[in-house]
Design a binder for this molecule. Structure first.
Ligand code: SAM
Ligand code: SF4
Length: 335
């Protein structure tokens, strides 16, 4: 008989207490780095988890020790039964959080508060309305921008995720940091990662080192303060002395943080992924519907987890476009 923690512990001793659930493959934006240009073939609706199935499967993970669940997507807020899912999961006595593009997050403030959500991560890759349209193919900059301030005013701990792409928004890094001067947010710079259909090229990724070099040539050395990272944090955290907010860098490409990984992912169609880059997936929804023993199935999936980026440890194979094609688009994983 295994202890409940051992079900979620892999061969490298990493205990996975953090589950990210993708609620949908749909989105109201078309971010070029996430959604394939040619569009995305949605799963048939009967293959998607219902609100009750999400709750029942989440409950099993909580039984094995998951104590943190993040709702993501696609865009989680386009799901019509989002509030129902939120209310169900709020009964699980876990830390519940949300990643959203913030287009319509203001409609859910009361429900989010009632469900105990304290932290909201928002995607925003530019402070220019025209550029927002160029990246997302939609005109929602003003809504998203205003909603960030509304989130702050409503007491949500707000993090802003910006995927930094050379030639697209890398000239805004200093403006992003300056945004933190008067605003208590953490601006997180994410290295652009390769996924099926997102036109990734190595040279478009702006590395952790390049970002730091840029900052060090703008701010004096003693102005840039390294902040202690939280346990299992994927980002390296900093702030500028005297600024209300902070900034962070997530360097999945040039400096992966796999040795501390505590994350597992459940896609909207009920597949368990033990890594963002894993090509092997376990159909938990099917097993759940067939009333199979999920404990063993989950354990087998977790114990197959690679030490680093699902085996793409060598930067050479990370750069092979055939490898990216094998990995689902980000829209279908849930970032
Ligand atoms: N729609 C929500 C949003 O945009 O915040 C949640 C889903 S989105 C897939 C989750 C996160 O994945 C976002 O912060 C987004 O920036 C990130 N992401 C998507 N594609 C990426 C890529 N190719 N490289 C790095 N991050 C990516
Ligand atoms: Fe939609 Fe988020 Fe992907 Fe942008 S990053 S297309 S908002 S799921």
């Amino acid at each position: 008989m295994k202890s409940k923690e051992s079900i979620l512990t892999d061969n490298f001793g990493r205990y996975h207490n953090y589950l990210r659930i993708s609620l949908t493959e749909r989105c109201n934006l078309r971010c070029s780095y996430c959604m394939p240009l040619e569009g995305f073939q949605l799963s048939p609706s009967e293959n998607l988890m219902s609100a009750e199935e999400i709750y029942e499967i989440a409950k099993i993970f909580v039984k094995f020790g998951v104590n943190k669940i993040r709702l993501t997507g696609g865009e989680p807020l386009v799901r019509k039964d989002f509030i129902k899912i939120l209310n169900l999961l709020s009964t699980l006595n876990i830390e519940l959080s949300l990643t959203t593009n913030a287009v319509s997050v203001d409609r859910y403030f009361n429900e989010l508060k009632k469900a105990g959500v304290k932290t909201v991560n928002v995607s925003l890759d530019t402070l220019s309305s025209q550029r927002f349209h160029d990246i997302t193919f939609r005109n929602y900059f003003d809504r998203v921008y205003k909603n960030i301030f509304k989130l702050i005013d409503n007491g949500f701990k707000t993090k802003i995720n910006a995927v930094i792409m050379r030639g697209t928004n890398d000239d805004e890094i200093i403006s992003f940091v300056n945004f933190t001067k008067n605003n208590p947010v953490t601006f997180r710079f994410i290295e652009f990662m390769p996924f099926d259909g997102n036109q990734w090229r190595r040279e478009k990724t702006v590395s952790y080192k390049e970002i730091m070099d840029k900052l060090q040539s703008t701010y004096q050395k003693d102005q840039i303060i390294r902040i202690k990272d939280a346990p299992n944090d994927t980002s390296k955290n900093y702030k500028i002395k005297g600024y209300k907010g902070a900034f962070a860098i997530i360097s999945t490409v040039t400096n992966p943080f796999c040795d501390q990984c505590n994350r597992i992912r459940l896609t909207a169609n009920g597949k368990l992924k033990n890594c963002l880059f894993s090509q092997e997936e376990t159909n938990l929804l099917k097993a759940f519907r067939n009333k199979e023993d999920l404990e063993q199935i989950i354990f087998r999936n977790i114990s197959k987890k690679y030490a680093v980026r699902s085996g793409l440890s060598d930067p050479e194979n990370f750069e092979d476009p055939r490898e990216h094609k094998k990995n689902r688009s980000m829209i279908a994983i849930g970032g």
